[in-house]
Design a protein around this ligand. Structure first.
Ligand code: APR
Length: 309
């Protein structure tokens, strides 16, 4: 158990993450920080009042400043705004980059030793902003996307095969967006290659649905985006770090030559333990997967160009 974890952004993803972290008692204190007056305080109090029923002793505190967050060993960044009608993708990038810059300065000042898990979108670019502004090493700035994309892929496969989700092993790599790269060649069902269980047409459909997984939820919700599965994904990463589980999870990591890519964040298989990103695992890819990863990475570089730091 850590002594303190801070979640910045008390919106749907942030608040649900705080509740899940507390229910798993991954820290003695969880601090929820947001710019909206009263919201982090109200949500934190409401969550703490569930403690006697759920049976956790984590204290949840809400704040509009970083005083209570000081000294956090881990920070989850979910602050940002959703795209509004008429707003271009580049406008959204710049707005969220400004928010994440401001949040990163506060993290640098108040939580200088923290490991940071970034969730704000566009994910790969927001990870880069966080790393640049905090000056933290790549071991301490990791992005959540692949775990969520992989969970969606595993859920769709389990549904199509009518088997337990637990028995589907898979990895989705690449940037977080419609160019993500589900690795069909490494997808197994209790060790059986999925290609022996589903024909290509069905697999292609599932890969496509995975790539559009975020949009599918937005189309239903209309005024917001997914948060139950995203918060579960963040907590799985945090748990691996806090409990030093050394799980291999697909995360956005700063690349220095791995997979032939450098100077950018992209989703790759990572080992997460008490030091944060402990290792990037390089696996062989098929020619199609390699070119899809390159295309996805090019998309990240283009989005980075819209931001001035
Ligand atoms: N500091 C702290 N919090 C901020 C700041 C800031 N500078 N700017 C905005 N916020 C807060 C907002 O007040 C809001 O409460 O971030 C919160 C975002 O919450 P939601 O709008 O509910 O968005 P959510 O669904 O939680 O998604 C958050 O995660 O998955 C990504 O794409 C998603 O970038 C988005 C982020």
């Amino acid at each position: 158990m850590l002594s303190k974890i801070t979640v910045v952004g008390a919106g749907n993803v942030g608040a649900t993450t705080a509740q899940r972290l507390a229910e798993k008692e991954l820290a003695r204190t969880v601090v929820l920080v947001d710019v909206i007056e009263g919201v982090p305080q109200g949500k934190a109090l409401d969550q703490y009042e569930s403690a006697p029923i759920e049976g956790f002793d984590t204290r949840i505190i809400g704040a509009n400043d970083y005083g209570p967050a000081a000294g956090s060993e881990l920070v989850v960044v979910t602050a940002g705004i959703a795209r509004k009608p008429g707003m271009s993708r580049d406008d959204l990038v710049r707005t969220n980059a400004d928010i994440v810059k401001q949040v990163s300065q506060q993290i640098k000042q108040n939580c200088p030793k923290a490991i940071v898990v970034v969730v704000s979108n566009p994910l790969d670019v927001m990870c880069w902003v966080t790393k640049q502004v905090t000056g933290f090493s790549r071991e301490r700035v990791i992005g959540m996307a692949g775990v969520l994309d992989t969970a969606r892929y595993r859920a769709f496969l389990a549904e199509a095969l009518d088997v337990s989700v637990r028995d589907i092993q898979a990895m989705v790599l690449g940037g977080h967006g419609d160019t993500m790269v589900p690795l069909v060649s490494y997808t197994t069902v209790s060790g059986i290659p999925v290609t022996q269980l589903l024909d290509k047409a069905k697999l292609d459909k599932i890969v496509d649905r995975t790539r559009n997984g975020g949009a599918e939820i937005v189309a239903f919700l209309k005024t917001g985006s997914a948060y139950y599965a995203p918060s579960s994904a963040v907590v799985q990463m945090v748990e691996s770090i806090v409990l030093d589980q050394k799980r291999l999870l697909p995360c956005a990591a700063w690349l220095q030559g791995e997979y032939g890519l450098s100077g950018m964040y992209c989703g790759v298989p990572c080992k997460l333990g008490k030091n944060g990103l402990e290792k990037i695992i390089e696996v062989e890819l098929t020619a199609d997967e390699k070119s899809a990863l390159k295309k996805s990475a090019d998309g990240v570089t283009q989005t980075m160009a819209a931001v001035t730091l």
